[in-house]
Design a protein around this ligand. Structure first.
Ligand code: NAI
Length: 267
């Protein structure tokens, strides 16, 4: 047995180059994650509306099909990790189509390409808003109804962004232990950032009242808003060979916001 055989037999990570698919790779957290993974020697297939290896609008059926077709082509049919990062915070149906259905289509659509990997991993980006007030009806539809029904509810519902992130974390928690994920050896998790200095936040902060509301909704006693590379570090670890045992979790990377908002309520 060689040294590296002995290491993998003992479950230690090898740091061998891997192929990661990152959506939302043209900006913010997705871009920082792509850059970090590449600096670690991995290959990244970036997916976005622009400036990416795969140009696809994940809010549409055509874009989701193009994602799977192009990633299959570019990877030669095998990848090691999926990072569903793309998301928006704009009012109404588009947020549901991208943040929830786009993320799920990414994870489910690319899942078959993971099956030959020795260490397949999946992570999506949720949000601290996943514990904010939400629209119960929209949540129920996203979890049990159709996309069409969800889009029409989103046209009239409030708290749409928070509801998409709650639904995404719930979906991951429910699916992670199913045979097609845990049973196939695929850890499936989410990261829930607090406030991160990206284009998304910059746009929201242009309006002073919105800025005040967002800061009040995400109190971050440990350090306040942070740079996207901090989220990238956690996303990279969750999709590395090192994460062999954590699944179904939403990990709050939020400077303490979840603790301030929910207190003792979870334990
Ligand atoms: P960003 O705006 O800098 O980057 C988002 C990227 O997603 C952009 O490159 C954009 O073109 C892409 N994208 C948007 N719609 C798309 C579509 N239909 N198809 C394909 N790509 C699309 O934003 P940021 O902040 O980096 O956001 C990344 C994720 O982090 C999102 O899911 C967001 O909801 C989440 N998040 C961000 C927080 C923040 O404070 N910035 C806090 C909590 C969560």
């Amino acid at each position: 047995m060689t040294n590296s055989d002995a290491l993998s037999a003992s479950g230690a990570a090898s740091d061998a180059p891997r192929i990661h698919v990152v959506t939302g790779s043209a900006s913010g957290i997705g871009l920082a994650t792509k850059q970090l993974l590449e600096s670690q020697g991995h290959r990244v297939i970036g997916v976005d509306l622009r400036d990416a290896d795969v140009i696809a609008d994940l809010s549409t059926p055509e874009g989701r099909t193009a994602l799977v077709d192009r990633v299959t082509e570019l990877s030669g049919g095998g990848i090691d990790a999926i990072l569903a990062v793309a998301g928006v915070d704009i009012a109404g149906p588009a947020t549901v189509a991208i943040n929830y259905y786009g993320a799920i289509a990414t994870m489910e659509g690319l899942r078959p390409l993971l099956l030959a990997s020795p260490a397949p991993r999946v992570v999506a980006v949720s949000s601290i808003t996943s514990v904010h007030p939400f629209d119960q009806r929209l949540l129920d539809i996203m979890l049990d109804g159709t996309e069409e029904e969800a889009l029409s509810r989103a046209a009239v519902a409030g708290q749409v962004y928070a509801t998409t992130k709650r639904a995404l974390s719930r979906w991951i928690r429910r699916r992670a232990v199913h045979p097609e994920w845990a049973g196939a050896g695929i850890p499936l998790n989410a990261v829930a950032p607090g406030l991160v200095r990206t284009e998304l936040l910059k746009r929201l902060f242009e309006d002073q009242e919105t800025k005040r509301r967002i800061e009040a909704g995400s109190p971050m006693p440990l350090g306040g808003p942070y740079e996207p590379v901090a989220a990238a570090e956690l996303l990279a670890w969750l999709t590395s060979e090192k994460n062999g045992h954590m699944t179904g979790q939403t990990i709050f990377l939020d400077g303490g916001a979840d603790v301030v908002l929910r207190g003792d309520s979870t334990w």
